[in-house]
Design a binder for this molecule. Sequence first.
Ligand code: TYD
Length: 136
Amino acid sequence: MSLLHCKTIVLPKISDPRGNLTFIENDKHIPFNIQRVYYLYDVPGGAERGGHAHKGLNQLIIAMSGSFDVLLDDGKEQKRFHLNRSYQGLYVCPMVWRELDNFSSGSVCMVLASNLYDEADYYRDYDEYLAALVIQ
Ligand code: TYD
């Protein structure tokens, strides 16, 4: 899979003067079933996260609060996304390298994932990732 499969997804938003509400349902608003949720918070200024690709994992990345950038790279091209809305998610398909940076103070990055945590699903070395793309 390539960058062409990755996209920003606009989630349902119920606007209300009491505060807005967004919801996400399995397989309906996103192209996978959710098995795991994790989030990054208290990210110090200048920190970088990610720096890996997944062999089979699908993910949706949402800026629940504040903002940050996600750099996606499929070995051929790169694209940078600025996430800053809680009703928008970035769908990241398997075999795409990602790096997260430019976190604003107090930002929260929530990730919905299609599988449980499995270290064997990671490429953490960029050259190893590129080599895996060639033999795909
Ligand atoms: P990692 O995926 O490298 O974080 P990021 O991509 O946000 O920089 O994970 C960092 C550490 O946390 C690593 O030791 C694995 C552990 N971890 C879990 O135990 N469970 C999880 O669901 C995740 C995402 C990470």
